[in-house]
Every structure is written in structure tokens, then in C-alpha cells.
Design a protein around this ligand. Structure first.
Ligand code: ATP
Ligand code: MG
Length: 350
């Protein structure tokens, strides 16, 4: 794609000036500070960027930040979720189609590449793109031209491409489900957004940020988090990353009393402490034998967690679901290392 030269006179002020990126990509962890510096650098050119990271880490935040700091910021940012669009529609969504190109194409239609003209297209979940379309995208990246479905004419487009994936595309290349040439063409600049559990020091900062947004929306009722509750938020592994934390803060802000989020309102999953390693449950007794006690504990733990999830943390209802008396349930809860609010964590020796 042709390199676009910066045209400062056509651009509005960056939203909020140079400090703007600190207000959208929150965090003080060295990995995030480095990430912001990298974003500011890649924003200036037109190189293709591949953003990878687990679900909810902030890949779209990064993509939008690159666009909003780039000379293209006055032009559209067009996100395309490759996993959400049916496979047979994706090509015409991206590149448009001519009248009669396929059954039901009663008129011609512009594609999203055209809609993003002069701006940035964000190809999210690119790993889900079918192989034949990957070949077409590669040609677009190499030639800077798109060909709409049913047309034999290629048209120049001036669009910057940012792609994202929440799984390792290199392993998709090894498995043969992602084109190697496209992989290298996309990741001219690879950006890896680390999971939240690898930057725990940002958890309190993000919690404050989300509580600030809630206060601004709700007319100023500033909610705080008790020290103990913050320790739990800090210790949890956040498999859903920043999105999970954001949703949790929203939920806790509704549940808490007196504008303070304290341990009793935290769901059991947040106060269960470090999770034991997953134990395999073999269908048949292996020759080497098993540790029956550990396996029974594992099965109990799994069902207890599921019961608590299904009942939104209501222990009485969870005990009933498992056909247990409440006292037996509480006892098992403690043995599995799930600390009930206000309870203890006296674990039985293995
Ligand atoms: N560093 C951050 N500062 C502030 N908000 C953030 C940050 N990272 C993520 N978020 C917020 O978390 C949510 C998830 O972020 P985003 O949609 O960018 O994640 P993602 O990696 O694209 O997720 P997915 O893989 O599920 O598409 C959004 O509401 C976003 O605003
Ligand atoms: Mg996303």
C-alpha cells in the first residue's frame, strides 16, 4: 500500500493533545508504558500492524489509539470482525460487489475497504478469515488495490490495515490454517498486549479508572474499594482480562453498600485464592495407580464451583443443587480452598 505523507493542515487537533493516549490506554506497568511509546511511533507511518493478545486485553483500544494518533485520524476507522461475518459474505463485505455478482445482489455495493478510504481498517480476529480470502487480502496489501466481487477491474484504495488475533497466528501457520506469506506481510510491526495477570500493578489503576467513569455517568457518586477487597481483585487471574475487570467493577458498584466495595460483595470466584493445578481424571485405573482422595476432591471442587456460578454465589441454593446439607456444603467449600465471605480457609492436609 502506498506510503501516505502526513498532512498536518488537514487534521484536527489530536483528542486532548499528546496526553490523550494515557487517558484511553490506562496503566503504569512498564509493559504498558512501552506499549504506548510503540503506538506513538507506529502511528506516524502507514505500516501494517498485527496486534495479538488474549481476549479482552485491549487490542481494539490499541488499534483505535494508533488510528487516533496517526495522520489519518480525521478519516474513518472501520472495524471488521472477521469471525462475526458469515464466511460467504465476508469478501463482499470487505471489497464490495457488483450488481448480479451472486444470487440476491440486486444492486452494487461498496465494501468496507472503500468506506475506510483515507483512514484505517481494523481486521479483528483475522485468524478466522478463510484461506481463499487470505490470498485476496494479501494481494490488496501488496498492490493497494481492491477488486469487488463480480468485477474484473481493480481500484486503488488508500487504507491502512491493522489486524488483530487472540490466538497465536504462528501456530495457525504451522497447522496450515493461515497463510505464511500473509502472516509476515501483516506483522511488519507485531504488537503483543500482555494479559492482565502479567501486569497486576495496573489492576488498582484500572479499577479507579472504571469507578471514575461510573461516577461521571452516575452524577458523581464516587465509589471506593476496601484494602482487603483490592487484595482479592489483585490476586485473581482475570482470564477475561481488562474486559472482565471492567464488567466486574460495574457489577460490584451496583452491589456495594455505602459507596465502598468490600469483601462480602465479591463473588466466590474472586476470593477462592490460588487455583490448584488441574487434575486429570482417568476413565480407567492406570497401572501406576491414582490418588483417589485428590481425584474426589477435584470432582467436588468442580461441581461446587459450577453450583456457585449457577446460583450467583448463593450457598444455600448451591448446596441444594448438589443434594448436600448446608453444613456439609460449607465444610466442603473450605476443604476445596474456597473461602466463604467472613469464613476461614482451614484446608485439610492433602
Ligand atoms: N489499558 C486499558 N485502559 C482502559 N480500558 C481498557 C484498557 N484495556 C482494555 N480496556 C477496556 O476493556 C474492554 C476490552 O478491550 P478491547 O475490546 O480493546 O479488548 P480486545 O483485546 O479487543 O478483546 P477481544 O479479544 O475480546 O476482542 C474495553 O471496554 C476497553 O475499553
Ligand atoms: Mg476486540
Amino acid at each position: 500500500m502506498p506510503e501516505k505523507t502526513a498532512q498536518p493542515e488537514e487534521q484536527p487537533d489530536a483528542p486532548g493533545g499528546s496526553g490523550a493516549i494515557e487517558r484511553v490506554l490506562i496503566g503504569q506497568h512498564p509493559a504498558i508504558v512501552k506499549l504506548r511509546a510503540l503506538i506513538a511511533k507506529v502511528a506516524l507511518g502507514d505500516v501494517t500492524v498485527l496486534i495479538t493478545g488474549e481476549s479482552g486485553v485491549g487490542k481494539e483500544v490499541v488499534a483505535r489509539a494508533i488510528h487516533s494518533l496517526s495522520p489519518r485520524r480525521a478519516r474513518p476507522f472501520v472495524p471488521v470482525n472477521c469471525a462475526a461475518i458469515p464466511r460467504d459474505l465476508l469478501e463482499s463485505e470487505m471489497f464490495g460487489h457488483e450488481r448480479g455478482a451472486f444470487t440476491g445482489a440486486s444492486g452494487s455495493r461498496q465494501g468496507l475497504f472503500n468506506a475506510a478510504s483515507g483512514g484505517t481498517i481494523f481486521l479483528d480476529e483475522i485468524g478466522e478469515m478463510p484461506m481463499d480470502l487470505q490470498a485476496k487480502l494479501l494481494r490488496v496489501l501488496e498492490d493497494g488495490e481492491v477488486r469487488s466481487v463480480g468485477s474484473d477491474r481493480a481500484v486503488k484504495v488508500d487504507v491502512r490495515v491493522i489486524a488483530a488475533s487472540n490466538h497465536d497466528l504462528a501456530s495457525s501457520v504451522r497447522k496450515g490454517t493461515f497463510r505464511e506469506d500473509l502472516f509476515y506481510r501483516l506483522q511488519v510491526v507485531p504488537i503483543v498486549v500482555p494479559p492482565l495477570r502479567e501486569r497486576r500493578s495496573d489492576i488498582p489503576i484500572l479499577v479507579d479508572h472504571f469507578l471514575g467513569l461510573i461516577a461521571a455517568r452516575g452524577g458523581g457518586r464516587q465509589i471506593t474499594v476496601s484494602r482487603e477487597a483490592m487484595v482479592h481483585l489483585w490476586s485473581y487471574d482475570w482470564p477475561g482480562n481488562v474486559r472482565e475487570l471492567e464488567n466486574m467493577v460495574e457489577r460490584l458498584a451496583i452491589l456495594c453498600d455505602d459507596s465502598v466495595i468490600d469483601t462480602p460483595v465479591l463473588p466466590p470466584i474472586l476470593i477462592s485464592g490460588p487455583r490448584p493445578p488441574v487434575i486429570e481424571i482417568p476413565a480407567n485405573l492406570p497401572a501406576a495407580g491414582i490418588n483417589l482422595r485428590m481425584i474426589v476432591r477435584e470432582i467436588e471442587g468442580r461441581y461446587i464451583n459450577q453450583a456457585l456460578k449457577q446460583t450467583g454465589g448463593n450457598k444455600q441454593a448451591a448446596a441444594k443443587l448438589l443434594g448436600l446439607k448446608r453444613t456439609t456444603f460449607d465444610d466442603k467449600l473450605r476443604r476445596c480452598g474456597v473461602i466463604a465471605p467472613g469464613g476461614t480457609d482451614d484446608k485439610e492436609e492433602p
